[in-house]
Structures are given as C-alpha cells and as structure tokens.
Ligand binder design. Structure first.
Ligand code: PGA
Length: 254
C-alpha cells in the first residue's frame, strides 16, 4: 500500500445480528480497534440497527454507514432508505453496488452511478463495489467487466467528486467462499482500476484514492493482501462479525 493513502478497513455486517448483537459487536470493535490511529475503520450494519450502533460509535474513531441507499431523494419508494436518512443517523459511509445487491436486487452499473451521485451530494463517502464473476474470470473477461463497472458506475463524476469515492474490488467468486484472490491477482486488478481512475480524474487524484480488496479476507491472509502496492484496505464480510478477527485485520493494515 502506498504511504500517501490511509488504509480503510470496512466491516460489512450484511443481514446478520440483531439489536443486542449489533450493540455488543460495535462496543467490542471500538475497544479492540481504538488504538490503531493509522487506519480508518468503519462498520456497515443493517439499516434498522444503525441507530443503536451510532449510539456506541458516534464521535469515536470507528465510523459507520449503510449497506445501500436509494437513488431517489425521497418519496413513495417502499422499503428504500435515503442518503438524507443515513446522514441524519450520523453515517459517514455507504456501500454501493455490492455484488449481492447486483445479483439479488438486479442493480446495474447505471443504478450504481445514480446512487454514487446521491451519496456524494449528501456528503457520504461511497464505497463502490466492483468485481467479476467466476465465469468472467475463467473466460478472460475480468478487466473488461471491471472497466465497465468503474467507468459507468462512476461515470460523469468530476475529478473532485471522484476523489471522495472509495472503490472496493471484490471478485464475486471470492465472496463468502473462503476462496481468496492471491495477492498478485488482487494487485493486478487494483493497478488496472487505478489506471482507469487516472484516465477519469488524473494521476494526482487517482493516486490518492483508496481501492479496497474484498472477498474472504481474514487475519491470516490480510497482511499479504494489504502489502500490495495498490491495495489500500479491505471490505470484510464474514470476518467482521467477530471483533477479534476484524481487529486482527485492522492490525495487519496498521
Ligand atoms: P466475505 O464478504 O469477507 O464474507 O467474503 C466480503 C463482502 O461481501 O464484502
């Protein structure tokens, strides 16, 4: 990882935990990660649990945010959650275009683009997820897929807006499967993404932007992944549900 970029370790809790479980996990994460000042840390609880987590983390070094947001501002959109709502709970971050949203909610690069715009307008830091499926990797289409996700999903943003975006590269075949990309496979795609960002926002901004790796990151493989030049942190699913393993990953980034 480049010295100029402060690593970010984000815990994606997905659809896990309940109120009591979320509060106790947030407390433990805070306790165990408070001493790592050289790393940005955040957690992404399910929507109904954000307010309780905010009660624990507000004003602390551990940030928090949503796992998704609506592309609309407000109105008759049953089940959706707006940027304004997240902001009013104290959220700083929001995950956008996670592969599970793309797969189960048919999200497209175009909806990712609209949501990213919403997040930026509200002052939230979007963590925009990209990554190829196994069939795309096997057929040699990884770069083509990722290029489309980056250029369309973050299309039309000004260089200043892009500078506030965090990109997360998550090969779909590595998510929740225990199968991690090798550090070299991750670095190769991260470097490619940074080249795309350079083309979109210029070298100076692209060099400042953080590109996280996600997909079965654990304390045992985090150090090697995070040691790659263009890997600036991690988006952690399963291992973020244990404060001990999540803190172990944060430690690897410090
Ligand atoms: P995982 O999930 O760490 O459980 O593979 C990562 C993610 O989906 O963000």
């Amino acid at each position: 990882m480049d010295e100029r970029r402060k690593p970010l370790i984000a815990g994606n809790w997905k659809m896990n935990l309940d109120l009591a479980g979320a509060v106790s996990l947030a407390r433990e994460v805070l306790l165990r990660t408070a001493s790592f000042g050289s790393v940005d840390v955040c957690v992404l609880p399910p929507f109904p649990l954000i307010q309780a987590v905010a009660g624990v983390l507000d004003g602390s070094a551990v940030g928090f945010g949503g796992q998704d947001l609506s592309k609309e501002d407000e109105g008759a959109y049953t089940g959706d959650v707006s940027a304004k709502m997240l902001l009013s709970l104290g959220c700083q971050y929001v995950c956008i275009g996670h592969s599970e949203r793309r797969e189960f909610h048919l999200e497209t690069d175009e909806s990712v683009r609209l949501k990213t715009g919403r997040a930026l307008t509200a002052g939230l830091v979007p963590i925009v997820c990209v990554g190829e499926r196994l069939a795309e990797r096997d057929s040699g289409d990884t770069f083509m897929r990722v290029e489309r996700q980056v250029t369309v999903g973050m299309g039309g943003l000004s260089p200043d807006e892009l500078a506030r975006v965090v990109v997360a590269y998550e090969p779909v075949w590595a998510i929740g499967t225990g199968r991690t990309a090798t550090p070299a496979q991750a670095q190769e795609v991260h470097e490619y993404i940074r080249k795309l960002l350079s083309r979109m926002a210029g070298d100076v901004i692209a060099l400042r932007m953080r590109i996280l790796y996600g997909g079965s990151v654990k304390p045992g493989n985090a150090r090697e992944l995070l040691a790659q030049k263009d890997v600036d942190g991690a988006l952690v699913g399963g291992a973020s549900l244990s404060a001990e393993s999540f803190a172990g990953i944060v430690e690897c980034a410090g």
